[in-house]
Design a protein around this ligand. Structure first.
Ligand SMILES: NC(=O)c1ccc[n+]([C@@H]2O[C@H](COP(=O)([O-])OP(=O)(O)OC[C@H]3O[C@@H](n4cnc5c(N)ncnc54)[C@H](OP(=O)(O)O)[C@@H]3O)[C@@H](O)[C@H]2O)c1
Length: 266
C-alpha cells in the first residue's frame, strides 16, 4: 500500500496489549510508528523489533501520558524524529477494579488522569500537524464500560464515557480540516488489563470462575475479544475509504450487548 509509506502514527500505550497489536497492524500497512510506554522498556523494545520485522520504521518513547509536561516532550521528540504526526491512537488507560464505596480520591483521580485527561493532552499537542496538512485520523480507545458502565469500575467507566463524548465533539469540530475522529469500544479483550478484572472478581470479591461464567452467560461467541480484532477495525478507520466515517463508536464485544438473548442454564 504505497500511499501509507509517509504516514506516521503515534499510539499511546503501545508496548503491549491492544496498542501493540494496532502498531503491528499499522506496520504491515507501511505506516511509521511512534510507540509509547510508561515503564516496561524491555517490552517496548521487543515490540520495536517486531515492527522492524514487519517492514516498518519505529521509535519508542517513555512517557506518562497523564502528565501534560511529559506529553509535550513526547510529541516534540516524535516530531524531531519523523517531522509530523498524521494518525493518533489514544489507547493508554488505567482501570483499577474496586467497589465505589472503597474508592479513594487518589485512585479516582489517577484513573481519570490516565484514561481521559491523557486523550485531551495528547490530542491537543498533536492536532496542529493534522490541521496544517488538512489530513488526520484520530482513534480513541474507549470501552463497553463507557457505554453501559461495568460493576467495580466506576472511575474507569466514567473516564471511558468521557472519551466517547470527546470523540463526538472532536469529530464535529475537526471535520472542516479533513480530520476524522472515531472511537472503538471493546468488551473484554485477552490482555493483562482484561484478564485482571476477572482475577479481582475471584480474589477480592470471592466469585468462583468469573471468566468462565462471563463467557458462558454474557457473550454470544463464548470467547474473549483478541487484540488483533481491535487492530483490524483501527486499520479500517485509517484507510482511504474511511474518510466519511467520523464521530462513530465501534463496539467489539463478543456479542455481550446481545447476550440477554442467551438462555441461562442451571
Ligand atoms: N483489555 C480489555 O479488556 C479492554 C476492554 C475495553 C477497552 N480496553 C482499552 O484498550 C486500551 C488498551 O488496553 P490493554 O488491555 O491493551 O491494556 P494493557 O494490556 O494494560 O496495556 C497497557 C499499555 O498502556 C501503557 N500505559 C499504561 N499507563 C500508561 C501511562 N500512564 N502512560 C503511557 N502509557 C501507559 C502500558 O505501558 P507499560 O507496558 O510501560 O506499563 C502498556 O503499553 C485501553 O484504553 C483500555 O481501556 C481494554
Amino acid at each position: 500500500m504505497a500511499e501509507w509509506k509517509n504516514k506516521v502514527a503515534l499510539i499511546t500505550g503501545s508496548s503491549r496489549g491492544i496498542g501493540k497489536a494496532i502498531a503491528i497492524k499499522f506496520a504491515t500497512m507501511g505506516i511509521k510508528l511512534i510507540l509509547n510506554y510508561r515503564k516496561r522498556e524491555e517490552e517496548a523494545n521487543k515490540t520495536l523489533e517486531e515492527i522492524k520485522s514487519a517492514g516498518s520504521e519505529a521509535i519508542a518513547i517513555k512517557c506518562n501520558v497523564a502528565k501534560y509536561e511529559e506529553v509535550k516532550q513526547l510529541v516534540k521528540q516524535a516530531r524531531d524524529h519523523f517531522g509530523k504526526i498524521d494518525i493518533l491512537v489514544n489507547n493508554a488507560a488505567l482501570g483499577i477494579a474496586n467497589s465505589f464505596l472503597e474508592m479513594d480520591v487518589e485512585s479516582w483521580q489517577k484513573q481519570i488522569e490516565v484514561s481521559l485527561n491523557s486523550c485531551f493532552y495528547v490530542t491537543k499537542e498533536v492536532v496542529s500537524d493534522m490541521i496544517n496538512q488538512r489530513w488526520g485520523r484520530i482513534i480513541n480507545i474507549s470501552s463497553l464500560a463507557g457505554i453501559y458502565g461495568i460493576k467495580y469500575l466506576s472511575a474507569y467507566s466514567a473516564a471511558k464515557a468521557g472519551v466517547i463524548a470527546l470523540t463526538k465533539v472532536l469529530a464535529a469540530e475537526l471535520s472542516q480540516y479533513n480530520i476524522t475522529v472515531n472511537a472503538i469500544a471493546p468488551g473484554f479483550v485477552e490482555t493483562e488489563m482484561g484478564l485482571s478484572y476477572f482475577k479481582v472478581l475471584e480474589l477480592m470479591k470471592g466469585i468462583k470462575n468469573p471468566l468462565e461464567k462471563f463467557l458462558k452467560y454474557s457473550t454470544l461467541t463464548k470467547k474473549l475479544v483478541k487484540s488483533e480484532e481491535v487492530a483490524e477495525v483501527a486499520s479500517m478507520l485509517v484507510s482511504p475509504l474511511a474518510e466519511n466515517i467520523t464521530g462513530q463508536i465501534f463496539i467489539i464485544d463478543s456479542g455481550s450487548t446481545l447476550s440477554i438473548l442467551e438462555p441461562v442454564e442451571n
